[in-house]
Write a protein of this length. Structure first.
Length: 103
């Protein structure tokens, strides 16, 4: 089962939990001085460090919508190198490149 299918199943089985999760994300995104673009770039870096492909693609998409360019997204991924190491960053770079360049 793919991650989108799992996510849809989770939403259907636990709708109240999903609504609470979405509200938590909304509140934490807005509960500080960072703008939306910066928040999404941070989430790109976190997703890269955690090697979370689904999150990485989702946050690259959200980051683009918030005004980030490809160089900023790649930099956010690069910043994960000290925390996650070169293998995680290379994998994330490849995922980002495929997504951003339509490969």
């Amino acid at each position: 089962m793919t991650m989108p299918e799992l996510l849809n199943n989770f939403r259907e089985q636990f709708p109240d939990t999903w609504k609470a999760y979405e509200q938590l994300i909304k509140v934490t995104d807005q509960d500080g001085p960072l703008d939306g673009k910066t928040v999404e770039l941070i989430k790109v870096g976190i997703s890269a460090a955690l090697e979370h492909e689904g999150g990485l693609i989702a946050h690259i998409s959200q980051s683009k919508k918030a005004g980030s360019d490809s160089a900023e997204i790649y930099h956010a991924i690069l910043l994960a190198i000290g925390l996650a190491g070169i293998p995680a960053v290379l994998a994330s770079f490849g995922i980002a490149r495929n997504y951003l360049e339509g490969r």
